[in-house]
Ligand binder design. Sequence first.
Ligand code: NA7
Length: 555
Amino acid sequence: MSASLSVSGKSTAAYDAVVVGAGFAGMYMLHRLRQQGLSVRVYEQGDGVGGTWYWNRYPGARCDVESVQYSYSFSDELQQQWDWSERYAPQPEILKYANHVADRFELRPDIQFNTRVEQAVFDESTDRWSVTLSANGEAKTVTAAYVVLATGCLSNARMPDIKGLKDFKGEVYHTGHWPHHPVDFTGKRVAVIGTGSSAIQSVPVIAAQASHLTVFQRTANFSIPARNAPLTPEEREAFRANYPEIRRIAREDMRNGIYQEIPDRGALDDGDNERRAKYETRWSRGGLTFMGAYNNLALDVAANDTAATFVRDKIAEIVSDPQTAKLLQPRDHPIGSKRICVDTDYYATFNRPNVTLVDIKAGGIDEISLNAVRAGGKDYAVDALVLATGFDAMTGSVAKIDIHGRNGRTLNQKWAEGPRTYLGLMSAGFPNMFVITGPGSPSVLSNMIVSIEQHVDWIADCVGYMRAHGFAAMEAEPDAEDRWVAHVNEVAYGTLYPQANSWYMGANIPGKPRIFMPYIGGVGAYRQICNDVAAKGYQGFRMQSSATPVEAAAS
Ligand code: NA7
């Protein structure tokens, strides 16, 4: 349904909206905007839908939010008809779900795969974006009134800068960019570098295959058992029968968008035995909701330490070798201030005779040679390397696109000292460009699907408002943005989160500014703020009629 505009004599496809990325955010954005009659084109660099779940195919990859909750709520038929097999669906099942959604809502005709968005330039004379794509080695430009960056928070896999890595002669994998063919480690000596969530999920699975597994740990992480199990028909039915209320509570009442009991007291309000019993209950139930045992675990060091001590004691109980147990016990950050991990047998895996933990906290990895990883002056011979070294989170995928806003200023120039947005949705000087779950919104601190749906609905409503009122351009007011950035920081620094060197802070990328990127005020409060802004005629955003009269894009 695109129109053709003539730009410099060349025919250029013109859309109402270009969406970058066909993960859960991009797919729902396409669905919503198309429902409103807009012409939309989605560009996706992979050859399939699913985003994070398309790329993260490493052994043991699973969601860390229960699947009945980590799923779309916008279609009741979908949530009533889809069957999740397990409490935490494995990656192939989540990808199957993404493909089912793409087919069910006939999204594919408007998605162009194997296409990277390289550049987006705002034309102030037409209030339109000129978007340059590359596909099969060829560049092409299209135009759009709106650009929506649905690029994902954890999609820019980060290769570590380790001396000798490129000369290694064995197999090299990154958990965030796993091959699409099966990888078999049977009989191989494998090294896993990193001990974040991806390593914690994959280490037990790799250990079961490899002849020997060496895990290189720079920072120990807290992990809670998943207690994964097949979902029973009764469990599924309990959700299906109560979905509207469960979804409402997750959206409005919870901080992290996950339906659970809300704690009514702090950790120090209970005596030792009572507190331990509560932690035991949460530990045996498993999963991220461990941190919901009390209402002040993210706020009060002494309260937090009771939970951290409980988990450290569990590690000591599980891991037979006291020295290894000690290394696995995190001591340098409050529990939950880095994303807490959810595992199946991670700590117990270190009891296997074919698994070695190497502490590289003091000196890191010295270098990688043709067939070994050297750390602390010692060589560990390996056939395969698994880099579980994480992502340039939240801003990495946006930064890879060369975005020019008003006066030719680039987004990378503007964000050189850290990302600045109003509500995590728009950045001043970049009209009609929206970010889904961008920095300054709850995003990675929440059940991502809840946050994605909220942003998509808000953006779709906003675009509807602009069109109904004849506004051609909308952008964040610099003052509103400054106030929001200050608020995001103020709320973050009222918690224990900034005490950790986490990817929330950009601390995993050398040279990246240390700014607490997600908004920690909770999804319920945040949704209310966004709704209020919209109800007040998009307060803090400047709306303007056409810069110069242009023909409306096809729709
Ligand atoms: P994370 O959580 O960023 O973990 C990366 C791990 O890799 C972490 O343990 C890092 O140690 C380690 N790392 C990074 N660079 C190096 C080098 N150069 N040498 C040694 N070790 C290194 O990424 P994940 O993929 O595990 O998880 C990301 C999110 O995906 C997760 O939170 C879930 O939400 C899903 P460090 O901690 O920096 O000392």
